[in-house]
Design a protein around this ligand. Structure first.
Ligand code: CA
Ligand code: CA
Length: 177
């Protein structure tokens, strides 16, 4: 005979496991988050796109690179800054571990960022954008839902509202889409 206490206990454990998770396991579109050295990244796969929110510790530019080999190298880098209330966001590529270039300046490259927005407050800049999981661009990195990727976070000096000045902070981590 099935032990009722055991059944109830099992049910309770399952309930705690489900409600204890930050993400709703039944919602495929829930946001994922990670943090490193005052950078916060939120992302979620939506159809064939990746929606991203990046917050970094600068009033100048902030950037995130996906799928590089080491720091910026070979990463698909999205860089942005706030100028007034307008978010300027560019699709780049990591040429070396600490240099990047606009896809538009690289052979066959194109801009593949959409839904650009952002905000700046309390010394931090947040940029929000959408990129295709696989743009087909040589200067982006094709991403697959469920796979793990190296991530690099970079930011410029406070007030550096541009795409080209030297970085102040660079740090790396990894995420699973
Ligand atoms: Ca591109
Ligand atoms: Ca790119």
């Amino acid at each position: 005979m099935l032990n009722l206490k055991y059944v109830l206990f099992t049910f309770l454990v399952i309930l705690i496991l489900i409600t204890g998770c930050n993400e709703n396991p039944f919602d495929p579109n829930s946001w994922n988050t990670t943090s490193k050295d005052d950078f916060n990244l939120k992302w979620r796969v939506s159809g064939s796109n990746l929606e991203v929110e990046l917050k970094g510790p600068s009033t100048g530019w902030v950037a995130v690179g996906f799928g590089g080999s080491y720091l910026m190298h070979d990463a698909n880098i999205i860089i942005g800054y706030l100028s007034g209330s307008s978010a300027n966001i560019r699709d780049d590529f990591g040429i070396t571990s600490n240099t990047h270039e606009s896809d538009s300046n690289l052979q066959g490259g194109q801009q593949n960022v959409s839904d650009k927005s952002g905000s700046e407050s309390s010394g931090k800049t947040e940029i929000r954008f959408t990129i295709p999981l696989d743009s087909g661009d040589l200067w982006d990195v094709a991403l697959t839902d469920g796979q793990s990727y190296n991530i690099v976070f970079i930011c410029g000096e406070d007030g550096a509202d541009n795409f080209t000045s030297d970085y102040r902070t660079i740090t790396n981590t990894s995420i699973t889409l």
